[in-house]
Design a protein around this ligand. Structure first.
Ligand SMILES: Nc1nc2c(c(=O)[nH]1)N[C@H]1C(S)=C(S)[C@@H](COP(=O)(O)OP(=O)(O)OC[C@H]3O[C@@H](n4cnc5c(N)ncnc54)[C@H](O)[C@@H]3O)O[C@H]1N2
Ligand code: MOO
Length: 395
């Protein structure tokens, strides 16, 4: 049985970002840079006005000074050269015309047939957005491994970048196994349960970014399991839920072997999630998730999402823990790092406080539904007192 950190290192070992492709910015949201992107132009690209008003020479202005209006400059329109004693009406975003150096706001001016009378003296450069005060052409705006957030995309678009190189989106195949599984909406049947892992695991994968391929549920028979697994090995990650334990109807491990998938490890010192299986065939990463819903969710957060993030090109694969405190004491974990289903409430000092739910069990989706995630009690830590600092895993 592996420790969590050792198992995670084995999963991540050798994973490189997938080959990159060029995509237009609107398709790039949430994806990850494969190469540097630099500004094509200065930002602002030219001196421009921040206010509606009059382009003027600061030295011409004083309370009561009268300037001849020689034109009207709109954003994106043509320009005009200002001589001493003249002004041009100008709209926000328009280029500062040659000869002008400042803006007299509409509020500070009075228009009288063909002239404008300043109510104030304006300072040199007032309300002018200077060329390149924000970005210089050639500045690096995004680096390999950066996630394309809304702020980054906005910067790239403004700086004249139309496309970016990003690793292609990983394909993840999902297979759920179990003769007891009913699809949502089916009438209840004796001995059967509603299937929830494909939804929960699929939602977690989708939130990070993946091309999901859901396969039909598989009954607990060896041949069916092997055929389904063989058909699921075309992508970058294959997830098989259920059947990785030691029961007589747990066919997944022998089926993995029959499909030539090389085992890297089976079983991790975590609770829930102990029977997690991980292996590889060629470049496909294969996870056998324990069928219990909370086990499947915890294993996805701890192992599958980090692998997915690496394939997508993210520089920090996670898993991402927040720091928090226990609201009440927690009993000793039985030699496995234990993930306690918890409500996470902001504390008075802003640090989240974890309140473990009374019901704790890897099948208890009801308790999970009342929670925000898990508080982590490391194996070997013994009982933890109220107020103990813990890692929190939000799902
Ligand atoms: N003798 C032992 N038995 C078990 C051990 C052990 O060490 N020795 N480990 C237990 C632990 S821990 C877990 S976790 C489970 C994992 O078993 P499997 O991965 O083989 O999963 P299944 O038996 O197929 O299912 C477990 C549980 O989850 C339900 N399930 C399965 N798939 C789904 C799904 N898609 N949606 C919702 N619920 C699902 C299934 O009905 C079972 O109740 O093994 C223990 N046994
Ligand atoms: O480890 Mo199992 O995943 O407790 O339920």
């Amino acid at each position: 049985m592996k420790d969590f950190a050792e198992a995670l290192a084995l999963v991540l070992e050798g994973i490189e970002p997938l080959a990159s492709e060029q995509v237009a910015l609107p398709e790039a949201i949430g994806r990850v840079m494969a190469a540097e992107a630099r500004a094509a132009i200065d930002l602002p690209p030219f001196d421009r006005t921040a206010m509606d008003g009059f382009a003027v020479r600061a030295q011409d202005t004083a309370p009561g000074a009268e300037l001849r209006v020689i034109g009207d400059l709109a954003a994106g329109g043509g320009t005009i050269t200002l001589e001493p004693g003249t002004a041009a009406r100008i709209s926000t975003g328009a280029a500062i015309p040659p000869g002008a150096d400042s803006i007299l706001r509409v509020e500070d001016a009075e228009v009288r047939d063909g002239t404008v009378v300043a109510a104030v003296a304006v300072r040199h450069g007032l309300h002018v957005r200077r060329r390149a005060e924000d970005v210089h052409a050639g500045d690096v705006l995004a680096r390999p491994g950066d996630v394309l957030t809304v702020p980054r995309l906005s910067a790239l678009a403004s700086a004249g970048v139309a496309t970016v190189d990003v690793p292609r989106t990983p394909r993840v195949d999902v297979i759920v196994t179990g003769s007891e599984l009913l699809p949502p909406g089916a009438p209840p049947e004796p001995g059967k349960i509603y299937e929830s892992n494909s939804l929960a695991v699929g939602a977690m994968l989708a939130a990070v970014g993946s091309r999901l391929v859901h396969h039909p549920p598989v009954i607990d028979e060896f041949d069916a399991t092997r055929a389904a697994i063989e058909a699921g090995l075309e992508g970058d990650i294959l997830i098989v839920s259920g059947g990785v334990s030691v029961g007589p109807h747990d066919h997944v491990k022998p089926a993995f072997e029959a499909c030539g998938i090389e085992e890297v490890f089976w079983r991790v010192r975590i609770k829930p999630g102990k029977p997690l299986w991980f292996g590889r065939r060629g470049s496909t990463l294969v996870f056998g998730l324990p069928g219990n819903p909370l086990s499947a969710i915890v294993c996805t957060a701890l192992f599958v999402l980090p692998a997915l993030r690496r394939l997508r090109g993210e520089s920090d694969p996670g898993p991402r823990f927040d720091r928090g405190r226990l609201g009440e004491s927690a009993g000793p974990s039985d030699n496995r790092t234990t993930f306690l289903i918890s409500k996470l409430v902001p504390g008075e000092d802003g640090i989240p406080v974890a309140w473990p739910t009374e019901r704790q069990g890897s099948h208890m989706t009801g308790a999970l539904g009342e929670s925000d995630g898990f508080a982590v009690a490391p194996h070997g830590s013994g009982s933890l007192p109220a107020g103990a600092e813990v890692d929190l895993l939000r799902v």
